[in-house]
Design a protein around this ligand. Structure first.
Ligand code: 4AD
Ligand code: MG
Length: 461
């Protein structure tokens, strides 16, 4: 009889029909003249049985892992006492190899394993993503992006696609990748924020999902040179509205993922202890965080005036307490979130630590430090996953901010114009998708949360 072509995740309703499925040999096992294949087609895994019923059984002994193959047969419930993915197996009556994978020294199984050196795993990322864990993370990532988009659209934000090639810096010149651009210099974008701000009078509240680039020489488990940046910008809001919005987008996204059986199963597989965060998120003022760190004996490495770490005579770093004005470095931030164990908004950072565009906190600065209406959302196990702020809305104040930071305002004319032609109180945020996924799926490093991660020195495959 003729067979129906299908994908593994659409097989079940076709039980008792003759079907054919194409995929890759994920696992292979022989037992007394019977060959068991676990077939993988991206949508799922299917156990298939090649037994004496087919004249091809003998030839099947030459099958190799990761060969692509088409299997034709009928789906059956697995006999009692045996297991198979989904509780079903395909009884194969005909098969055809489409692309044989090598055997012997070059066999897939000999190329790498989980214990291979990280540099080999990076080189062979195109193979690693065929694995069960890596592909589950990428599959969850896809669900995550859909859930984010749905949550943002529900919150009345419109999606736009800003450019990656830019001639302005958002987060400071130190982390810009520069490139030649028709006789000029252009940069890879660090953030689409400035463009989102220009959309407010045109489209209302907006968001984007765009690659951002950071030329940071950071070899940490949470830094990439290129990452997926989800950014939102909202008009006519207060700082409090901004934090409430960020919190509700995150909670709504998590709720959607848990409500969908496939993404819920992926979260359960990757992060069995996951519990959705409860609202409202804890909010901790920067100055209180400094006091909290000192109460908990969490220190940081002392630096000299140039920002170089000071060592003692034996070469060990000298540790000192935190003071107001200090940056809260990754190590301290991580220890804090690990102790607190819940999402925390750190807010009100000193202006000197933050970007030029951030709105000053009312009532600060007279004779003391200037603090900003800025917030970082920290998650246990990862640390900062969101950075956001209210923006300077006043024209002259923005000009003063350029000057203070030594920024030439010429190329920012279009950004300045926003303050000249109908300014408004507004604010927004950027969320690092790989960091969010590392939290959600309990991955040790953001490198496992990107399809082809880029970090200093790596842009292959
Ligand atoms: O805190 P950042 O630098 O903020 C901005 O770029 C703002 N202009 C965003 C905005 O307000 N629209 O970056 C935002 C987030 C961080 O919280 C972090 O999650 C992620 O982007 N991020 C990185 N993720 C991976 N690798 C890096 N090198 C990252 N740098 C920032
Ligand atoms: Mg930040």
């Amino acid at each position: 009889p003729k067979s129906i072509r299908t994908k593994i995740n659409k097989l079940l309703p076709l039980r008792s029909k003759r079907v054919h499925v194409s995929g890759w040999i994920h696992r292979l096992r022989q037992q007394k003249g019977i060959i068991f294949i676990v077939l993988r087609d991206g949508t799922g895994y299917l156990q298939a049985v090649l037994s004496g019923q087919t004249s091809q059984t003998y030839e099947a002994l030459t099958l190799t892992l990761e060969s692509s193959i088409e299997l034709t047969g009928t789906l059956q419930e697995v006999p009692e006492g045996k297991t198979a993915p989904g509780g079903h197996e395909l009884i194969v009556d005909y098969w055809k190899v489409l692309g044989a994978a090598p055997s012997g020294e070059e066999a897939f199984a000999n190329r790498f394993n989980e214990k291979s050196d990280p540099s080999i795993l990076a080189e062979l990322r195109h193979f690693v993503i065929r694995g069960e864990t890596a592909s589950s993370v990428l599959r969850l990532r896809s669900h995550l992006m859909s859930a984010f988009r749905a949550s943002l659209v529900e919150a009345n934000l419109l999606e736009v696609t800003p450019p990656c090639l830019v001639q302005t810096s958002v987060e400071g010149g130190a982390t810009l990748f520069a490139l030649k651009y028709y006789g000029q210099t252009a940069y890879l974008t660090q953030s689409s924020q400035l463009y989102l701000e220009t959309c407010l009078p045109s489209l209302g509240d907006v968001f984007c999902v765009q690659e951002s680039f950071r030329a940071e020489n950071s070899h940490t488990r949470r830094h990439l040179s290129e990452y997926t940046h989800l950014e939102g910008e909202l008009a006519f809001i207060t700082f409090d509205d901004l934090m409430t919005h960020i919190e509700s987008i995150i909670c709504s996204t998590v709720d959607k993922l848990l409500a969908d059986s496939e993404s819920a199963a992926l979260i359960k597989q990757l992060n069995p202890k996951f519990t959705p965060p409860s609202r409202p998120f804890k909010r901790l003022a920067y100055t209180d965080a400094i006091a909290w760190l000192n109460e908990h004996g969490i220190q940081h490495e002392a630096e000299d005036a140039e920002g170089n770490f000071i060592r003692d005579a034996t070469g060990k770093p000298i540790m000192v307490d935190h003071a107001v004005g200090d940056d809260i470095a990754e190590a301290a931030e991580r220890r804090m979130t690990d102790i607190l164990g819940v999402p925390v908004f750190l807010y009100g950072f000193p202006a000197e630590l933050k970007a030029f565009y951030m709105k000053r906190m009312p009532g600060t600065g007279e004779g003391g430090k200037v603090f900003t209406e800025s917030c970082d959302l920290l998650m246990p196990g990862v640390g900062e996953i969101v950075g956001g702020s209210m923006r300077i809305a006043d024209h002259d104040e923005l000009l003063a901010a350029y000057k203070r930071e030594g920024i030439d305002p010429t190329s920012y004319y279009w950004f300045t114009d926003q303050r000249k032609y109908g300014t408004c109180e507004h604010g927004g945020y950027g969320l690092g998708v790989e960091r969010f996924l590392a939290w959600l799926a309990d991955r040790y490093t953001v490198r496992d949360c990107s399809l082809y991660p880029r970090w200093p020195g790596r842009a292959t495959p």
